[in-house]
Design a protein around this ligand. Structure first.
Ligand code: 5GP
Length: 186
């Protein structure tokens, strides 16, 4: 499972994994957030209403879920279970609260923390995204600071100094025997 602060480039690294390694299976999360320009329903996320998300939670259909910056995000359980049942790894790209839930459920899950090359770099990436109003950016920055402090909870830290290199490192971790049973990823 891949986690790390907002703005560190988890989404970009996972997109690079998909591009360079189409054989790697990546979980598609559900979210109540609105789609950003260019995001495709069913590809980047399954975009749900609050009521639809509530129903999934009530049905115990999510492996984990968390509220993040005013929206909810979760990992549909069935596709991940089906994938792991074949003995192949699954990659989850999730934030910290979700990573902790997965760890609690599955002690074999491998938790990978994607770290920025520096705090200054992370700040400029968060500001540079430009797709959110300043108040939302501030909120994400505060969360990112707390998330950086959690790096020690993870099995491996991958530094996102270069997207292609980080993607390759992530894929090699997925292929490693210790991570073969579960969720390698995001
Ligand atoms: P964004 O809105 O930028 O796409 O995602 C916000 C945060 O939610 C990111 O840190 C992303 O990794 C996280 N996220 C995406 N999908 C999931 C999920 O299924 N579960 C959890 N817990 N976090 C997720």
């Amino acid at each position: 499972m891949l986690s790390g602060p907002s703005g560190v480039g988890k989404g970009t690294v996972v997109a690079e994994v998909r591009r360079r390694h189409p054989d790697v299976w990546v979980s598609v999360s559900v979210t109540t957030r609105r789609a950003r320009p260019g995001e495709v329903d069913g590809v980047h996320y399954h975009f749900l209403t609050d009521a639809e998300f509530d129903r999934l939670v009530a049905e115990d259909g999510l492996l984990e879920w968390a509220e993040y910056a005013g929206n909810r995000y979760g990992t549909p359980a069935a596709p991940v279970r089906e994938r792991l049942a074949t003995g192949a790894p699954a990659l989850l790209e999730i934030e910290l609260q979700g990573a902790r839930q997965v760890r609690a459920r599955d002690g074999d899950a491998q938790l990978v923390f994607l770290a920025p090359p520096s705090w200054a770099e992370l700040k400029s990436r968060l500001a540079g995204r430009g797709s959110e109003p300043p108040a939302v950016q501030e909120r994400r920055l505060a969360i990112a600071q707390a998330e950086l402090d959690a790096a020690g909870e993870f099995d491996v830290v991958v530094v996102n100094d270069d997207v292609a290199r980080a993607a390759d490192e992530l894929v090699s971790l997925l292929a490693a025997p210790s991570s073969a049973r579960t969720g390698a990823s995001e």
